[in-house]
Design a protein around this ligand. Structure first.
Ligand code: IPD
Ligand code: CA
Ligand code: CA
Length: 268
C-alpha cells in the first residue's frame, strides 16, 4: 500500500460503506422481522442481517477493488489462507447476541491488511453512531476527532474488559490466574462485543481487554486502532498474534499495564 492515493480511496470507500451498512441495520429495526439461527450452539447466533451486511461489503469491494481478497465471518468472501496482497477482514455484526437481545452494543468491524501488515481499522458502533478508525502511521480517531496516545496507569486504577466465562475451567487459562488480577484492578466490565471492547481500549474508556477465543474478524480492526495510540495487542502471554488463527487467546492494553499484567499475573 505504498501508493498514498490508493490508500485514501480505500479509506474513503470503507468509511462510506461501513456507515451505509450501519444505516441498513438501523433501518431493519423498524422494517424487518429478524431471522435468527444458531451455528454450533445456542450461544453462537447468526441472523439474516449478519449475512446481508457481509454480502453488501463483498459486492462493494469486488466492484471497486477486484484484486483485493475478503475474509468474512459468515463465509461469503474468499478462502483466505494467507495475508498476501490486500485482504479485508470483516465481522458484519460483532456482538450478535447483543444485537438480537438488546438491539444495541454491537459493531461492524473492518480491518484492511496489506502483505500481513494492518493498514486500516474501522469499528462502527451502529446505535451510538460512533466510528472508531485507525490508519497506520496517521493516528486513530473517533468520528474524525483524534484519539489521544495512551499513557501508563497504575493497576489499581485500571478497568479491564473480560467475560465471566473465562473464570470457568478452560484449557487456555487456569481458573486460578484471573482472580488475583480481578482483585488488583479497579473493576471489570463485559460489553459482549470484542470490537467495541477493543475500540474502548483504544479510546481509553477501559484500560485492557482479555478474551480467550477470538477469530481474526473480531480483532483485525481493533489491533490497528489500538496500535496507533501506542497500546499493545498480543496473545494472552504477550506474544505476537498470528492473525489468521481462530480461537486466539488475546490481551490488549495500554502500555505499561500490558507488560505488568502479562508478567505479574498471567505468566507468574
Ligand atoms: C463474539 C463477540 C463476543 C466475544 C466472542 C465473539 P460475534 O462475536 O465479540 O464479545 O466474546 O468471542 O465470537 O459472534 O458476536 O461476532
Ligand atoms: Ca465477532
Ligand atoms: Ca459476527
Amino acid at each position: 500500500m505504498d501508493n498514498i492515493e490508493k490508500l485514501e480511496q480505500i479509506v474513503t470507500n470503507a468509511k462510506q460503506w461501513i456507515l451505509d451498512a450501519g444505516a441498513q441495520i438501523r433501518q431493519s429495526f423498524t422494517t424487518n422481522t429478524l431471522e435468527i439461527n444458531f451455528k454450533e450452539n445456542p450461544s453462537d447466533l447468526v441472523t439474516d442481517m449478519d449475512k446481508q451486511i457481509e454480502k453488501f461489503f463483498i459486492k462493494k469491494i469486488n466492484e471497486t477493488f477486484p484484486k483485493h481478497r475478503i475474509l468474512g465471518e459468515e463465509g461469503f468472501g474468499d478462502d483466505v489462507k494467507s495475508l498476501e496482497g490486500t485482504v479485508w477482514i470483516i465481522d458484519p455484526i460483532d456482538g450478535t447476541m447483543n444485537f438480537v437481545h438488546m438491539k444495541r452494543h454491537f459493531a461492524i468491524s473492518v480491518g484492511i491488511y496489506h502483505n500481513g501488515s494492518g493498514v486500516v481499522g474501522l469499528i462502527y458502533d451502529v446505535v451510538n453512531d460512533e466510528l472508531f478508525s485507525g490508519i497506520k502511521g496517521k493516528g486513530a480517531f473517533l468520528n474524525e476527532q483524534p484519539l489521544k496516545k495512551l499513557q501508563a496507569i497504575e493497576i489499581k486504577e485500571a478497568v479491564i474488559g473480560m467475560n465471566a466465562g473465562w473464570l470457568l475451567e478452560k484449557e487456555r487459562i487456569h481458573p486460578s490466574i484471573l482472580p488475583p488480577l480481578i482483585q488488583s484492578v479497579r473493576g471489570t466490565r463485559s460489553f459482549g462485543s470484542a470490537a467495541i471492547e477493543l475500540a474502548y481500549v483504544a479510546s481509553g474508556k477501559i484500560d485492557g481487554y482479555i478474551s480467550l477465543r477470538l477469530s481474526p474478524w473480531d480483532f483485525a480492526a481493533g489491533k490497528v486502532i489500538i496500535e496507533e495510540v501506542g497500546g499493545h495487542v498480543t496473545t494472552i502471554c504477550g506474544e505476537q498474534l498470528v492473525l489468521l488463527n481462530k480461537q486466539t487467546p488475546l490481551f490488549a492494553a495500554r502500555p505499561g499495564l500490558h507488560s505488568e499484567i502479562v508478567n505479574n499475573y498471567i505468566k507468574n
